[in-house]
Write a protein that binds this ligand. Structure first.
Ligand SMILES: NC(=O)c1ccc[n+]([C@@H]2O[C@H](COP(=O)([O-])OP(=O)(O)OC[C@H]3O[C@@H](n4cnc5c(N)ncnc54)[C@H](O)[C@@H]3O)[C@@H](O)[C@H]2O)c1
Ligand SMILES: [Zn+2]
Length: 358
């Protein structure tokens, strides 16, 4: 059972990767916890609610349904959750359980961060993306009309329970999109993980339980290490944004409906890889291997019709932009990245054009 410790100023906690960990959920609820508030969506609850309920036996809990979807990850839904909690008798000893994909864990985490100035949250992510990324690390938040995740806070959970069995019901496209975040982890910090993903794509895509668990564990280890060294996104945590600079621009340009997050990140990784090549930072063989590996987990929804100039224009408005300067996380070898700023817009344009029109 791989357990990874996340050590932050706010709290130290475990991210546990284990098949069937859901059955041990009670062990992660503090003894003197007040009422539990499970934040989830109807689809996840229909599929996995009974399993969670069975193992909460004896605990007092209330289920709060959130409609799901990026368009609903908004302050108004937080207010609904807070109303639901108050109506259900919540107080400062209550514990929120985020039980769903990244949208649910972000929203439930932020609701917990702010309800009565902060109650505890236990995260049980049910998508691959949330298991390897969103639910680990304490970033929580909601969207504004102007952009994603513009309001939020750091609120570290009691624990993150990562049960790969929950992924059996995930639509294959969601599963593949999550795998791109795992590939990202390999490229930024773990060549062995990358090689595994590159050589075993068929087995992983066929949902081999052992390989799924090992891949999730490797990605969670990296996220836990990076967050422990740098909770608030200084230079180290920024490496997790590999592929996200252009990826976010692509998501925004297509109004968040055409690409799943992981798919946009895959295009973003291809653009960043091309940029690294144009800057002579990355050996040809590594650039080739990155493209080959991403391709093995495709096909991606096409992006050739997107206008590179519009994507470049969007880079400046990303939340990650610091004082107008766009930072790129660029690979210098598989397993190693550097943060580069001040890249000429012309070159960025060229990299995006070449990457999106293979
Ligand atoms: N906080 C962070 O550090 C962080 C990091 C990355 C992403 N995020 C956020 O995560 C969100 C995206 O998360 P996501 O990709 O998980 O999307 P999502 O939460 O919308 O889940 C995708 C879909 O799968 C369904 N689903 C969830 N679990 C399922 C299961 N086990 N079986 C079948 N269907 C299931 C959901 O109801 C939803 O329809 C974005 O809002 C993004 O901003 C946050
Ligand atoms: Zn991401």
């Amino acid at each position: 059972m791989p357990v990874f410790e996340v050590k932050t100023a706010q709290r130290n906690y475990s991210a546990v990767v284990e098949r069937g960990i859901l059955r041990r959920v009670r062990e992660y609820i503090p003894e003197r916890a007040g009422k539990l508030f499970i934040v989830t969506t109807r689809d996840v609850w229909e599929l996995h609610g009974t399993a969670l309920e069975q193992h909460l036996s004896g605990a007092e809990y209330k289920t709060l349904f959130f409609p799901g979807g990026e368009a609903n990850k908004r302050l108004s839904e937080m207010e609904n959750l807070a109303d639901g909690m108050l109506a259900g008798g919540a107080d400062r000893s209550s514990v929120v359980i985020g039980f769903g994909g990244g949208i649910v864990t972000d929203l439930a985490g932020f609701a917990a961060a702010t309800f009565m100035r902060g109650v505890r949250v236990l995260q049980i992510p049910t998508t691959l993306l949330a298991q390897v990324d969103a639910a680990v690390g304490g970033k929580t938040g909601v969207n504004l009309a102007q952009g994603k995740n513009l309001i939020g806070s750091f609120h570290q959970p009691l624990a993150v329970l990562i049960d790969p069995e929950l992924l059996a019901t995930l639509p294959p496209r969601e599963y593949r999109a999550g795998l791109f975040e795992v590939i990202k982890c390999g490229i930024i910090r773990d060549r062995a993980l990358f090689n595994l993903l590159d050589s075993c794509s068929e087995t992983l895509l066929s949902f081999d339980p052992g390989l799924v668990l090992d891949s999730i564990a490797a990605a969670v280890r990296i996220k836990a290490e990076v967050v422990s060294a740098d909770e608030r996104e200084g230079d180290l945590r920024r490496i997790l944004n590999f592929g996200h600079t252009v990826g976010h621009a692509i998501e925004a340009e297509t109004a968040y409906v055409r690409f799943l997050h992981g798919e946009a990140v895959a295009w973003g990784m291809l653009a960043a890889t091309k940029l690294a090549e144009l800057l002579h930072l990355l050996p040809d063989a590594d650039a080739f291997a990155i493209r080959r590996c991403i391709c093995r987990y495709g096909p991606l929804p096409p992006a050739a019709d997107l206008d590179p100039a519009r994507l470049v224009a969007r880079l400046g408005s990303d939340k990650k932009t610091v004082q107008g300067s766009v930072h790129f996380v660029l690979p210098t070898a598989i397993g190693c990245v550097r943060i580069i700023s001040g890249v000429e817009r012309e070159l960025i344009h060229q990299a995006i054009s070449l990457a999106l029109r293979p």
